[in-house]
Structure formats: structure tokens, C-alpha cells
Design a protein around this ligand. Sequence first.
Ligand SMILES: [Zn+2]
Ligand SMILES: [Zn+2]
Length: 227
Amino acid sequence: MMSNQADGQMKYDLHNHTHYSTCSTFKPLHLLKLAKKIGLDGAAITDHNTLRGGLAVRKLNKDKNFEVIVGSERYTDRGHVLGLYLHKDIKSRVFEEVIEEIRQQGGISIIAHPFRFLPRAYFKREGLSKDSYPDVIECFNSRTAPYANALAGRLAEKLDMPKSAGSDTHFPFELGKCCTVFEGSLREALLKKKTMVFGRSHTALFGASLSFFAKASCRMGLRSWPH
Ligand SMILES: [Zn+2]
Ligand SMILES: [Zn+2]
């Protein structure tokens, strides 16, 4: 697949894990090479609770036409939050505080898979003040059922909020399944609600099973904990 930069359209996958998340075995160099090979123009690395994956991929990237966004995914009391353009790890697990920490760093906050049918992954927005809403809603996530992605899209439209898409990649076959397409700079496109999103959500069960075994192999000492 060719890069899209010739026609001015950029294609980024905004939700990816590396082996710095226990549920993934994807090596930073492999992710970077594959992302370029399949025609992505950029990728956000969003490991659970750490920037180490993003920093590792960014360090390996020597291509100025490929952007690596350092980020993280944080579990909170109201769902999973992605932070993009981060400089330091997020400390809090309280949703409103996490959003504020990302804002303080000049980052962009995204509510990940808001309708994924898991109690801790579901976006609980009851009683949330408008000031504490994330900047963006993830509307395509390849590990989330199609109906849940459709609901996320409808929520973004109802609230008139920017949309993003990311594959929630944990293994190579997942990369690039969901993409955010835009012109110019990603940050501007997101904040001006100028992104287009697309994706497929067929990796949910297979991907989740592989993540289960990846995590179990860490617990059983068959694989070292990410460090
Ligand atoms: Zn998540
Ligand atoms: Zn994730």
C-alpha cells in the first residue's frame, strides 16, 4: 500500500500497544516497520500506563515523513482514556483528574471504545461536567463490536465532538485495521472536527484471546514483565 501524502491525505492509526503492555508482544521496531509498509503516515503508541513504548518507537523512527505520537492508555473510574502528545506518565486513575493531567501536558484526550461491553471499559458519563469531557471520542476500535462503534459515532455526532479511530493493536495482524484520515496537522484536524474515521472490528475475540495468553505468560514467568 502506498503512502497517502501525495494527495495531501494522511492516514494514522491512533491506538496501538507494544510489548510494554503486558497484553501485547509487539516489538517497537516491528511495529514501526510494519506501519510504514502498510501505508500509514503516522501512529500513536498508547501502552497501558506507560510512555515507554511510544518513546521507544519514536527513537527508532528516522523518517521525517512518518510521525510517531507518544501516548498512553489509562484505566479510570469512568472508562479507558487515551492521552496523545504526552511527556510524562499520567498519575491519577480518576477520570476528571486524568483529563486534566493530559490538558496540563498540552496533550489530547480521547475516550477509548466508549461502548465496549465490559463494565470497566464502558464510558460512564452520567453526572460528568462538560468541562471534564475528553477532547475526542474514539469511534472505530477494531477490538470493539460494530454496534458499539456505531454508537460511539452517534455519540460524537450528538455531542458535536471530534472523532478518532485506532485499531487497539496488540499484535501485528491488527495494525491499520482502523484509521484516522485528515489533511494538515493531526492536532488541528482533531480539534477542528475535520478528521474522517474508518475501520473494521473483526479482531475482537481472536485478539483478546492472544492478549490473555500474553498476560498469562508474564504471570507464569514464561515472559519477562515489560521494563
Ligand atoms: Zn482500552
Ligand atoms: Zn488499548
